[in-house]
Design a protein around this ligand. Structure first.
Ligand code: UDP
Length: 377
């Protein structure tokens, strides 16, 4: 069995890592590892690979960051070439980036089976580039690995055939469970940053809707209140995209001067896990963090007006958008954590590998509609 996995960004590498590591270890599997190179920054890519104990990819397509046309069009062209060379039995990609859509298109249009990891998430907000990618990808996937029953139901509502859908849990839970013990041993991030457990808020921010001038000005104002008036420490590992846009909009110096706000470069996965586990609260617009913090039982204020991960709402996550009053209220009184984790038990990657090795994958190939049988005289 030859499995070809395509990744492009930090969260995709993290969520595919448990599957890739297992595939590499199996004697009856040949694994081909491809990156489109969207995240090429050392801290977002190589450091993360090292932390996850993954090899360097077999192919780096160097598509980089660019317009959707470049990422999807050029990405598809280059992925197609790799597929022709490698002829995999199954192509996998995780999530909702332009690269996932490019991979799915390149695979199915050239007759390769495509499996979508983390299928069926829906924010129902078509202004999000990710929502477009999710919907299109799910509808051309041969096999859909839905993390939860909520995501399976979303797919069924869109008339995706149920035999294609496997509910596996989210591989992010596997990643957290596999790496936390190592992270706790290896990381000295709290000492390095000079912060005390349970005495700081962890902030991340990078979504499109939160990085325009208006949103970044609002966030700067809100952070000033949290840090100065509420006297909270906030640690902010800043995404290069956000740093760049703060500079473009002339806000970087303003935010940098806020007392008790610690802006640091992006962290490796192990350091980041430890920082998240010890935070009193997470404020984020990240999808992955809503899941990881829920696994780690840390409350989350989601800096968005909707989420494709409703499973965690009322179980430690709360939506607050950029509503100052709401955010301040939840900082003072964080949401309550639920006992059970809605995203799975940490065995999602086992289930996915099991499907790939033990199911008859050919039954998932798209078949010609039987026109004669269905022809109505
Ligand atoms: N992460 C990391 N270092 C950081 C910030 C985040 O390793 O400094 C990890 C985090 O644990 C999560 C993923 O990156 O698994 C989230 O990535 P991001 O927020 O960029 O993407 P999203 O989850 O929104 O797709």
């Amino acid at each position: 069995m030859k499995i070809l996995s395509v990744v492009s960004t930090r969260p995709e590498i993290i969520k595919m890592a448990p599957i890739i590591r297992k595939a590499i270890k199996l004697n009856n599997v040949e694994h081909v590892f491809v990156t489109t190179g969207q995240h090429y920054d050392f801290l977002l890519f190589e450091k993360i690979l090292n932390d996850l104990n993954l090899p360097m990819p077999d192919y780096n397509l160097s598509v980089g960051s660019g317009s959707p046309g470049i990422q999807i069009g050029v990405g598809m062209l280059l992925i197609e070439k790799v597929l022709d060379k490698e002829s995999p039995d199954i192509v996998l990609a995780q999530g909702d980036t332009n690269s996932v859509l490019a991979t799915a298109l390149a695979a199915v249009k050239n007759g390769y089976l495509f499996g979508h990891v983390e299928a069926g998430l829906r924010s129902y907000d078509m202004t999000m580039p990710e929502e477009i990618n999710r919907r299109l990808t799910d509808h051309i996937s041969n096999i859909l690995f839905a993390p939860t029953n909520v995501s399976k139901d979303n797919l069924l509502k869109e008339n995706i055939e149920s035999f294609r859908i496997y509910v596996t849990g989210n591989t992010v839970v596997d990643a957290v469970k596999e790496h936390l013990p190592i992270a706790m041993k290896k990381s000295s991030v709290l000492e390095q940053l000079d912060v005390e457990p349970n005495n700081y808020i962890l902030l991340t921010l990078h979504r499109n809707e939160n990085t325009n001038k208006d949103a970044l000005s609002k966030i700067t104002r809100i952070l000033k209140k949290i840090c100065s008036e509420l006297n909270e420490n906030v640690v902010f590992p800043i995404h290069p995209r956000t740093e760049n846009l703060l500079k473009v909009h002339g806000l970087f110096e303003k935010i940098r001067k806020i007392e008790n706000l610690h802006i640091i470069p992006p962290l490796g996965y192990l350091d980041f896990l430890v920082l998240m586990k010890n935070a009193k609260l997470v404020m984020t617009d990240s999808g992955g963090l809503q899941e990881e913090a829920t696994v780690l039982k840390v409350p989350v204020i989601v800096l968005r007006y909707n989420t494709e991960r409703p499973e965690a709402l009322g179980k430690g996550c709360v939506l607050a958008g950029l509503e100052e009053d709401l955010i301040l209220k939840h900082v003072a009184d964080p949401p309550e954590i639920a006992k059970e984790c809605p995203f799975g038990d940490g065995r999602a990657s086992d289930r996915i590998i099991d499907v790939l090795l033990n199911e008859d994958l050919e039954k998932h190939r798209f078949k010609k509609f039987d026109m004669i049988k269905n022809f109505k005289k």
